[in-house]
Design a protein around this ligand. Structure first.
Ligand code: NAP
Ligand code: GCO
Length: 266
């Protein structure tokens, strides 16, 4: 079972201050990763995250302030990681935002911000790490996609466009760099209980469940939101040699949402 080990490997997980990225980082450490690198947009967020990692007993972690949309800063960060940590064996493009606004009410700038972080950011980070992976003829890139890589819904037009594009960026990196033994796959979480989805689970003024909360539980065969830690196994699989023959694939970790028409109302 050593093929699932990440022993001695360095993993850069963008935006892994909390939420899904943080859960993936914990899983990689448990699988033997040598160093976890993460970046967020503020020193405050980095410092808070380092405390959270320490609380989990994780000290082989380095946090940096770097906005994934800032190409100059990302290239400088990659050079600094190579200098201070070593090679980047695994890149997880996790950093992402969502804006839930009806498309006709959304400003161009709001639409662009989602595209920049959720699609252009993964391009910038991947383009920055690939040359070194090409030299070593080895590398793993995991793009955090979404149900919205496959489905649409009201108010998330920019996010769905970005995550649909990220699915195809995943397939194109696979196509262009597979000959260098670089595998690029996507992980497609379903509905996960994190700060990003907290607004969809907030109790209503009368104490009742948020309508979207009930809706998602009816669309998920298990009838519940998933936990970020349930992404651990799929993420370790895609980061390890166990997936060396898997490339350009989006591994949906959705509890069966994409297979299910939804629970009939009683
Ligand atoms: P989250 O709780 O909002 O965490 C997002 C992380 O990304 C934070 O660490 C945030 O740090 C960082 N970030 C945001 N913009 C950034 C930028 N421009 N540069 C660097 N870091 C940035 O979100 P999540 O639920 O964990 O989601 C993580 C990823 O999974 C996202 O790509 C999301 O689209 C995707 N996803 C989420 C779900 C879900 O149900 N939660 C399902 C499918 C896919 P700072 O804000 O401190 O900078
Ligand atoms: C939303 C949610 C979803 C999740 C996730 C689903 O508003 O519909 O935020 O987009 O974040 O992407 O896979």
């Amino acid at each position: 079972m050593d093929i699932f080990s990440l022993e001695g490997r360095n993993a850069w997980i963008t935006g892994a201050a909390y939420g899904i990225g943080f859960a993936i980082a914990k899983a990689f450490v448990k699988a033997g990763a040598r160093t976890i690198i993460f970046n967020t947009r503020s020193q405050e967020s980095v410092d808070k995250a380092l405390e959270a990692y320490a609380a989990e007993g994780i000290t082989n972690v380095r946090g940096y302030v770097c906005d994934v949309t800032d190409e100059v800063a990302v290239k400088a960060l990659v050079a600094r990681i190579h200098e201070e940590v070593g090679q980047i064996d695994i890149l997880v493009n996790n950093a992402g935002i969502i804006k839930r606004i009806p498309m006709h009410e959304m400003t161009r700038s709001e639409f662009q911000q989602v595209i920049d972080i959720d699609l252009v950011g993964p391009y910038i980070a991947s383009a920055a790490v690939i040359p070194e992976m090409m030299e070593r003829r080895e590398g793993k890139i995991i793009n955090v996609c979404s149900m919205m890589s496959e489905l649409g819904r009201e108010t998330v037009s920019a996010y769905a466009a970005a995550k649909g594009g990220l699915k195809m960026l995943t397939r194109n990196i696979c196509s262009e760099y597979g000959e260098y033994n670089i595998q690029c796959n996507g992980i497609g979480p379903g509905y996960i209980a994190t700060p990003q989805t907290a607004p969809l689970r907030e109790k209503q003024a009368d104490g009742s469940r948020h309508p979207f909360d009930s809706f998602i539980c009816a669309k998920t065969p298990a009838g519940r939101w998933l936990d970020p830690d349930e992404l651990a196994g799929p993420a370790v699989f895609l980061a390890s040699h166990a997936s060396d023959a898997v490339n350009g694939h989006i591994l949906y970790v959705d509890g069966g949402i994409l297979a299910y028409i939804g629970k009939q109302p009683k």
